[in-house]
Design a protein around this ligand. Sequence first.
Ligand code: 5GP
Length: 116
Amino acid sequence: MAEETIFSKIIRKEIPAKIVYQDELVTAFHDISPQAPTHILIIPNKLIPTVNDVTEQDEQALGHLFVVAAKIAKEKGIAEDGYRLIVNCNRHGGQEVFHIHMHLVGGQPLGPMLAK
Ligand code: 5GP
């Protein structure tokens, strides 16, 4: 059984977060430490710790992350200029919170994909 993270508390609204979207499958909220003018995290409501734990049963929720990302990007006015979606996995990926999440970052040119 995977251990809950702070993100489960955010989904249940037990701790404050700037939630921008929520439905039965996913929740989206502003990152507490934004790395760009727009930096939103989109997460499945179901606790899946890392990409390594994904199963076919998660396809609907994880596919929905993209639908919601596109919707939020349009709402925030960054869709045309573009943005980046990032999912980190484990230590080499730089994952810090072990509840799968998609970073939606944009609002300025983001530079090369990877820091050298
Ligand atoms: P990771 O490095 O795991 O891909 O990203 C975790 C992200 O979660 C980081 O960008 C970090 O700023 C964000 N984060 C960590 N704790 C909290 C929190 O309590 N609230 C919010 N809104 N974001 C958080």
